[in-house]
Design a binder for this molecule. Structure first.
Ligand code: VGL
Ligand code: ZN
Length: 201
């Protein structure tokens, strides 16, 4: 078991991000056995769950004439449009059935406000509205974070960079992440994380 200051953060290992899901990340399901094994090394395990109301404004279906992967301007800045995904209470929003969710101390849901997306586990996409995870980690004395999950170049990257910016020591296990890699987004995300001081393995 690792020291009591270490937490494993498992980002969005949900059916809609796995093959067959609404917004499948290639090989998203391939990380599940490795993530389950890694959970057993950590004194604290936190899972995040993308959790949108129907009609979420990040869905392309809410923007007539727009298609998934196009970008629109929102009051909080540019927003990529996605297929409808991870709608609260639907099978697509559930964790991958093989993920060992019993091992989690905390399941943090994000993206539950219709008008604002939340990629990061720490802040919504306005960059300022907190999810509460920072306070949870600090009050538990958890200062070293290892990140795994989906998608490397979206929610994992935003979470890892925010964590580093907040002063946590952050390590990314790239072998236990999978990305979307839309127009080179994976390489850019890895570079941005390293730039922020995230140790990428
Ligand atoms: C995610 C796109 C939209 C993710 C969530 O978990 O990476 N990507 N919502
Ligand atoms: Zn989402």
């Amino acid at each position: 078991m690792r020291p009591a200051t270490e937490a494993l953060i498992v980002i969005d290992v949900q059916n809609d991000f796995c093959p067959g899901g609404a917004h499948a990340v290639p090989e998203g399901d391939a990380i599940v056995p490795g993530v389950n094994a890694l959970m057993r090394e950590f004194p604290a395990v936190i899972l995040t769950q993308d959790w949108h109301p129907a009609g979420h404004t990040s869905f392309a279906s809410e923007h007539p004439g727009r298609a998934p992967m196009e970008t629109v301007e929102m009051p909080y800045g540019p927003q990529i449009l996605w297929p409808d995904h991870c709608v609260q209470g639907t099978p697509g929003a559930a964790f991958h059935p093989e993920l060992d969710t019993d091992r989690a101390d905390l399941i943090l849901r994000k993206g539950f406000r219709r008008a604002i997306d939340s990629y990061s586990a720490f802040f919504e996409n306005d960059g300022t509205t907190p999810t509460g995870l920072e306070g949870y980690l600090r009050t538990r004395g958890l200062s070293r974070l290892t990140m795994v999950g989906l998608a490397t170049d979206v929610c994992v990257a935003y979470s890892a960079q925010d964590a580093a910016r907040l002063g946590f020591e952050v390590e990314l296990r790239a072998d236990l992440c999978r990305g979307i890699d839309h127009e080179g987004s994976l390489g850019r995300a890895l570079a941005a994380m390293r730039e922020r001081g995230v140790v990428v393995h």
